[in-house]
Design a protein around this ligand. Structure first.
Ligand code: SAH
Ligand code: SF4
Ligand code: F3S
Length: 492
């Protein structure tokens, strides 16, 4: 860990500079105390900046990528609000943060594209601070590029030290040059920092960080580090306090929740953790993401079948239906093992909704391999599937594999897969028509203000007549008509 501060204040007077330096030196070392100390310091600096500007300062956090990043962004927002910035949806704000993703090349390119626009905004606003964090920042070549061609960025940090955000803000507000703090890895988990939830009634909860699986195409283990599980006591305590605060649905987050707890001092399985969580009074629904097929245990299937609070939805990434490709992907299951697992799950939880991720065009994928993927899709009949074109990520084993598939062939396969997936999900979506289901109301319908929009336990949306007072409550709704991927209904 590094603590040396490089303070080179130009915008503040000498006296202030000495003051801040001294304050920084006095910071406690223990976490999260240290970060709350920096929050207080940041509050003063923000107040000073706000006085200078003659108005309240605003922030905007833009999130790319997965649920992990979305949850991290809530933590960033929690700190920014705590120190006195006001939330805004506009990128023309005084503190703009891009929380980046690098899982595929296009996620990466989108960030560079938007940075140019931020630079134009910054030229018009002398108070504007720009921060970049998240997975992309863990790649050394990205930081090199930013250092060279994007000098207007104030703060760059990675995935491992996000808990230090308050401290980094103080540094960035006090300095007049780019502050960069990236760690290669960490074994540290800091609890109890401020969080600003996007929804009052539902929340993500991290149960683990990082990934040890090293699927050969995937960059996540390199940018998120080794697998670390949170202590079950901390998880339960967080959920209990969320429930006290009005949360009825939680989504447990991890790159591979099925391997939760293996590296704890006192090992706990994911199924055991779930059993503790469902006991929490007031909590109505539990979801989780993502499940790796190789680690999904019989114990977990039994717990899912036994507990009505556990949602009727399982996201079970397939990636490919070809055993040979799966082996090259280092997924550690075969086509047959995957199909057997699906059978077991369906037997235990007959009406479960299954969704998946599929990659097309992995190096060496032949037409026969691709047909195997289509075969699994037809056999499992997913309720929905995220389909991705294989993207070469420098540093992963697959990037240097032979027989990279040509763009033309990949696109042709991708289109065929998408058609099949969509046809099946349309057919499957209608199967609940005419039934009555429990719906958690999430908000007002965006097109029609006489309707509310809610989510069923299988993750599908339902629109039905209602008012904003219903938001955050569970309702029994008759599903009158299926409209492709959602339903229109009426409350019972
Ligand atoms: N931990 C999760 C996935 C995280 S990444 C899991 O194992 O399921 C989300 C999805 O992105 C993956 O499931 C995969 O389908 C896709 N993905 C990851 N790396 C990719 C790459 N290099 N090219 C294309 N898709 C990729
Ligand atoms: Fe990537 Fe595989 Fe880990 Fe998922 S399990 S994050 S696909 S390496
Ligand atoms: Fe992207 Fe990082 Fe998630 S690379 S998919 S934001 S873990």
């Amino acid at each position: 860990m590094q603590y040396p501060f490089r303070i080179g204040i130009i915008t503040y007077g000498d006296e202030m500079k000495e003051n801040i330096l001294e304050m920084i030196n006095q910071a406690p070392l223990e976490e999260p105390k240290r970060q709350y100390y920096f929050c207080e310091l940041a509050k003063e600096l923000v107040e000073e900046k706000s006085r200078e500007a003659g108005r309240k300062l605003t922030f905007c956090v833009v999130t790319f990528g997965c649920q992990m990043n979305a949850r991290d962004s809530e933590k960033l927002e929690g700190i920014l609000e705590y120190i006195g910035y006001e939330k805004s949806e506009e990128e023309a704000s005084d503190f703009v943060i891009y929380n980046t993703c690098t899982v595929r090349e296009n996620a990466n390119l989108r960030v560079y594209g938007r940075l140019g626009n931020l630079n134009r905004l910054k030229r018009k606003n002398p108070h504007m601070m720009i921060g970049l964090c998240g997975c992309m920042m863990q790649e050394p070549q990205v930081v090199e590029k930013l250092k060279k061609s994007y000098r207007f960025v104030n703060l760059i940090f990675g995935t491992h030290n996000i808990y230090k955000f308050a401290e980094l803000i103080v540094q960035a507000l006090a300095e007049n040059s780019m502050v960069i703090d990236i760690w290669k890895d960490t074994d540290k988990i800091v609890e109890d920092l401020p969080v600003d939830r996007k929804y009052t009634f539902k929340s993500g909860v991290n149960i683990m960080f990082g990934c040890n699986n090293f699927c050969s195409y995937c960059i996540v283990p390199y940018v998120r580090g080794r697998e670390r599980s949170r202590n079950p006591r901390d998880i339960i305590r967080e959920i209990e306090s969320l429930v006290k605060d009005g949360v009825v649905e939680i989504m447990l987050l991890g790159q591979n929740v099925n391997s939760y707890g293996k590296n704890l001092e006192e090992p706990v399985t994911f199924a055991q953790l779930l059993q503790q969580i469902v006991k929490i009074e007031g909590l109505k629904r539990v979801r989780f993401m993502t499940s790796h097929p190789k680690d999904l245990s019989e114990e977990l299937i039994a717990v899912m079948a036994a507990h009505p609070k556990i949602c009727n939805h399982l996201h079970l990434p397939l990636q490919s239906g070809s055993t040979e490709i799966l082996q090259k992907m280092n997924r550690r299951y075969t086509k047959e093992q995957y199909l057997t697992l699906v059978d077991k799950i369906r037997k235990a939880v007959p009406d479960i909704s299954l969704t998946t991720d599929i990659i097309v065009g992995f190096p060496g994928e032949t037409e026969e391999d691709f047909e195997e993927t289509l075969d699994v899709v037809r056999k499992v009949r997913y309720d929905s599937a995220f389909t991705f074109i294989y993207s070469k990520r420098t540093g992963t084993p697959a990037a240097v594999m032979e027989h990279q598939v040509s763009e033309e062939v990949v696109h042709e396969r991708f289109d065929r897969l998408l058609k099949e997936v969509q046809k099946i999900s349309r057919e499957e979506a209608g199967r609940l028509e005419g039934t009555c289901q429990e719906v958690l109301v999430e908000g007002m319908n965006e097109q029609d203000e006489s309707l509310v929009t809610g989510r069923m336990t299988n993750n599908l949306l339902v629109h039905f007549p209602g008012t904003k007072e219903m938001i955050g409550t569970l309702r029994q709704v008759s599903l009158d008509t299926c409209k492709g991927f959602y339903y229109m209904g009426t409350e019972r």
